[in-house]
Design a binder for this molecule. Structure first.
Ligand code: NAP
Length: 312
């Protein structure tokens, strides 16, 4: 395990394997990644462990047979390069869905209702008391949310918006979806961006979605609309977002992920019209335990000669 995981997960893993837990919370260095591949039969990597094609190419063969990623997003692993060396890759879908959708709603509410701004005002001792026109935000009821990437998390967000907040749902997605709630599919991302009051990003990271949300998409958004990103930082062109927020071209943004995280530009941190969370989409003990148990089950199944449940 490349990071300490919840105790119950480590205990479970130790039932099946000779377990080594790296006692650090930082991403693996290049040397540590090579050592992980050469010294272990299976590795549980996670976000930030950049298993690139160069890492796999450094040696003809590796001892490691499987990377059982802790997390649903695996854009930090070059899966093709891993496969070319005979390694399996698995992830932890499903375990993260509701928790991440909840954080999307947190960001949506905080951004639309200016909650971060209000908290900063109060903590700074600048709150002079209630009055009828103070900190007026956008009411979510009856507004339209646009989901980019109507997968597991996208659908969980849409359900919350529809059933919980009485919002209209629109989405852009590559494949047709069968949904049990009303939602309008839009043929282009620009059309969706221009039609909604809140645009939520829920696609996977990686080359195919890099800077999917660029200046053109931000320009297409309504001037009062909010952008929410719980997916991966580099899906949004951060410099273009900073420009749009600084010029108040959009109403605001709520972010859980950053293009160069953990570096978050001062220009972003200084803005009032953005809510910034430190990548806490799945940060609840039971969720992290469920994720870890899925990783362990993928490893167990793989080494028992079964098909791991969550191969990618
Ligand atoms: P998922 O079920 O695979 O959904 C992703 C959706 O994105 C798919 O339904 C796909 O829909 C769409 N998509 C994929 N590639 C695309 C592309 N190139 N262009 C446009 N749309 C594309 O995955 P999920 O479980 O919902 O998770 C989504 C992502 O959320 C993860 O990959 C992860 O990076 C991120 N995440 C973040 C946190 C956090 O802590 N903030 C936590 C969990 C997950 P179509 O094929 O139908 O278009």
């Amino acid at each position: 395990m490349t990071r300490p995981l919840p105790e119950a997960v480590q205990t479970k893993a130790a039932e099946f394997f000779d377990l080594t837990v790296r006692p650090l919370t930082s991403p693996l260095t290049v040397e540590e990644m090579r050592a992980a591949l050469s010294d272990f039969d299976g590795v549980v990597p996670t976000l930030g462990d950049m298993f690139s094609a160069e890492i796999f190419a450094a040696q003809p063969d590796w001892r490691c047979r499987i990377l059982a990623n802790f997390g649903v997003g695996y854009n930090h692993i070059d899966v093709e390069a891993a496969r070319s060396k005979g390694l399996a890759v698995t992830n932890t879908p499903g375990a993260v869905t509701d928790a991440t959708a909840d954080i999307a709603m947190t960001l949506m509410l905080m951004s639309a209702r200016r909650a971060g701004e209000g908290e900063r005002l109060l903590r700074a001792g600048r709150w002079e008391g209630w009055h009828p026109t103070q900190l007026l935000g956008m009411h979510l009821g009856g507004k339209t949310v646009g989901i980019v990437g109507m997968g597991r998390i996208g659908q969980a967000i849409a359900r919350r918006c529809h059933f919980g907040f009485g919002m209209n749902v629109a989405y852009h997605s590559r494949s047709a979806k069968t949904l049990d709630f009303p939602a309008e599919q839009m043929s282009s991302l620009l059309e969706l961006a221009g039609a909604v009051d809140v645009l939520v990003i829920a696609v996977p990271g990686g080359d195919a979605t890099h800077h999917l949300i660029n200046a053109g998409v931000l320009d297409a958004m309504k001037s009062h609309a909010h952008l929410i990103n719980i997916a991966r930082g580099n899906v949004v062109e951060e410099a273009a977002l900073i420009d749009a927020l600084t010029a108040q071209k959009i109403g605001g943004a709520g972010l859980d992920v950053y293009e160069f995280e953990p570096d978050v530009p001062m220009a972003l941190r200084m803005l009032e019209n953005v809510v910034l969370l430190p990548h806490i989409g799945t940060a609840a003990l039971e969720v992290r335990e469920d994720m870890g148990m899925m990783s362990v089950e993928n490893l167990r199944a793989f080494f028992a000669g079964e098909t791991p449940p969550n191969a990618v």
